[in-house]
Design a protein around this ligand. Sequence first.
Ligand code: TXA
Ligand code: MG
Length: 360
Amino acid sequence: MNTIIQTIDKTNLTKENLKLAAGILQNGGLVAFPTETVYGLGGDGLRAEAAQKIYAAKGRPSDNPLIIHIASLDSLSLLTSAIPEKAKILAEKFWPGPLTMIFEKDARVPFGTTGGLNTVAVRMPSHPVALALIRESGVLIAAPSANTSGRPSPTKASHVIEDLDGKIDMILDGGAVGIGLESTILDLTQEPPMILRPGYITKEMLEDVIGTVTVDKGLLSKDSSCQKPKAPGMKYRHYAPKGELTIYEGNPEIVASSIAAQTKKETAAGKTVGIITTEETKSLYSSLLPDSGLLTLKVIGSQKDPSSIARSLYGLLRDFDASGTQVILSECFFQAYLGQAIMNRLLKAAGYRIIHLEDS
Ligand code: TXA
Ligand code: MG
């Protein structure tokens, strides 16, 4: 299939490419588009065949349900007839924005879209291109992240092209996304509501408006054997880079010296090594690292601005893939804000390989 790739300026939306994309969606085709979190791979959420095509293009298991994207609150009542009071309050406060809510599904929503579940995930994105595409097409757009299943989510169009060129009808290139991590998922079919995936909208922000919110245990550890993750997608090994990723946790000096020691060992064995550090901690490595062409040190962002870390994470993992880096050693990012969301993704990418270092 020839994939049409067109750039779109979010501050100056042109009708031609939006019209073309809208027509593709109306005809049951697939269009990748930017949202404020990550790029999505969109199809008609009310047509099971469109969901089938999405699963096929991503190589995604079809029991992993899709999020339906809407552009107005009226559309929510087409997808569910049970809108809890708390959902209305949250929609008022956080929509459009990076919050996905789970509801009982209306019969209109095909099981093909919800992975066979009786519930449906809904989100109103805030990205102007996403909103314009939903409005122009009149389609309620089912959209997972626009990556091949198991790869890091795309934060720019080039990532989508890498994974899906030739497999979908169109890619709208609206530049780099703002947040870089997928939306927070909140299940409102249980009381108190439960966070199934952490994101930019934190537990504290939700609790400020609706009171107690619980968090799916197992979100930060793989030791959820007693409890199946509530969001089916959270059980798969996601966001995985090709190299072997290990996270080091502890006092920054000890982390840097342990990472440096491991780097020496790996490069001596002829392996390529990538180190993930921050603006604040990069200088700790200066006298410790071997002078080796096998080594790359990448600054993910600043600890003072956790959103910079969130925004760079997936792109950085993809860069390591592109350069064929075999071993990736990362610092830990349990920053107060966004730390949960960042570490949830990083731990999964590492297959939960984390080394806890004691102060000596
Ligand atoms: O930010 C986002 O949410 C992005 C953009 C494109 O909107 N989308 C996204 O979709 O991350 P996806 O498919 O990559 O992740 C959706 C997650 C999966 O873990 C899935 O299992 C969960 O949402 N999910 C969807 N419907 C659900 C449901 N009815 N019950 C529980 N979990 C659900
Ligand atoms: Mg995804």
